[in-house]
Design a protein around this ligand. Structure first.
Ligand code: FES
Length: 159
């Protein structure tokens, strides 16, 4: 965590992978219902949260993201049956990898948002921005291939 003085002006960069069937429509709903949410989220539309390869997330962190959000259909609502279950399994694996490299779990968040949950969309984005402001800028570098590196037991020395 960085000090409060530097965090006051810090605006985290967040990449959001949003399923087009639910969360993307939820984001649209937030916009049309005039539920403003922080502009820190850069949205990437995906056809299903199960399409989010863990390498996409790691690549975001390697390229300057302070946080990544994966937003999926609620359990039982995935148009491809198990995509959101796979997304949850992958997110758990990602959290283990991030932990090994000293990266806080709060930087990688999975949420279930339906098409009519514009209010929930606004709340989780706002909450994530606030959490990341407290954590500060991501200062830990991920190796080029963190999956292999973690599997080999290599991780950076403690700060
Ligand atoms: S279709 Fe939305 S998470 Fe699979």
């Amino acid at each position: 965590m960085s000090d409060d003085s530097s965090n006051a002006l810090f605006e985290p960069k967040i990449i959001g992978f949003l399923c087009i069937w639910c969360a993307y429509a939820g984001a649209d709903k937030a916009g049309s219902s005039q539920e403003p949410y922080p502009p820190n989220l850069q949205i990437i539309r995906v056809t299903c949260s199960g399409r989010v390869d863990p390498q996409f997330v790691l690549s975001c962190f390697q390229n300057g993201a302070d946080g990544v959000m994966i937003m999926a259909c609620h359990p039982g609502d995935c148009h491809y049956k198990e995509g959101n279950c796979r997304a949850l399994q992958r997110q758990r694996m990602l959290l283990r990898i991030l932990r090994q490299f000293g990266i806080e779990e709060q930087r990688c968040r999975l949420e279930y948002i339906s098409a009519n949950e514009g209010g929930k969309f606004r709340e989780v984005v706002t909450d994530t921005v606030e959490n990341l402001k407290k954590l500060g800028k991501l200062r830990h570098a991920l190796p080029l291939d963190p999956v292999l590196s973690a599997a080999a037991g290599n991780h950076p020395a403690s700060p």
